[in-house]
Ligand binder design. Structure first.
Ligand SMILES: [Zn+2]
Length: 230
């Protein structure tokens, strides 16, 4: 019988692969999920695309400001336990752009899709705080359009980030997938870099497609992580 606590205790290097489900317990909705907040209003994949940013930066800005920022969100028990575990022996590779892993104190984090709270001007590359961006998406000094440092639909992922994620996955003897249905590529394809003898386990309410031999821990990740001793 597979036991997650034992697997964590015995592992030498643990890599978590996480998605929106980790942050929904912190009050951040999953914009991709069915019946999500704006499912019937706008197509979030277009709203968050490089095409929209380039063609209609005001619309892009409005969507991002109204739907993406939750500055008061606090890390939950999943973030906290993952931070404690990976600070000892591992890495978190996350699709989330909310920065909650770092807020929880995690030191080894690969933000695969970037971070919403890092803002830069597309002309001069100067960095801005997000509060400035909430008020305006134009850098008055040069007229450049500001944007968050996240990977938009239609944009490639930074090769250094991809390499960091691959290294974290290739070095792990235990891979734990949390809060993601694992359907979004290229993120889901990262699992292919796991060592052949690595233990792969997913924590999810429903079964998800995983490589042969992977373990499923069925249940709410909040409950599962609350019980872990680290
Ligand atoms: Zn500028």
């Amino acid at each position: 019988m597979f036991d997650l606590q034992t697997a964590i205790d015995q592992a030498k290097r643990i890599t978590f692969m996480t998605g929106a489900g980790v942050s929904t317990a912190s009050g951040i909705p999953d914009y991709r999920s069915k019946g999500g907040l704006y499912a019937d209003k706008v197509d979030p994949e277009y709203a968050l695309s490089i095409d929209n940013l380039q063609a209609h930066h005001e619309d892009f800005h409005k969507f991002v400001v109204e739907n993406m920022y939750y500055p008061d969100a606090k890390p939950n028990v999943i973030h906290e336990k993952m931070a404690a575990i990976t600070n000892q022996k591992g890495t978190i590779v996350t699709q989330n752009v909310d920065g909650l892993d770092r807020k929880a104190g995690a030191k080894h984090v690969v933000e695969f899709h970037g971070n919403l709270y890092r803002i830069y001007c597309q002309i001069c590359r100067k960095q801005f705080d997000y509060q400035t961006y909430l008020k305006s998406d134009v850098h008055a000094a040069d007229g450049g359009v500001l944007r968050p440092d996240i990977v938009l639909y239609g944009e490639p992922i930074n090769p250094d980030t991809v390499n960091a994620a691959i290294n974290a996955i290739a070095q792990a003897d235990l891979l734990i997938v949390v809060g993601t249905s694992f359907v979004v590529y290229p993120f889901a394809g990262l699992i292919g870099y796991a060592q052949p003898d690595a233990t792969i386990v997913a924590v999810n309410r429903e079964r998800i497609a995983l490589p042969e031999g992977a373990q499923m821990v069925l249940g709410d990740a909040v409950d599962v992580f609350a019980k872990l001793h680290v």
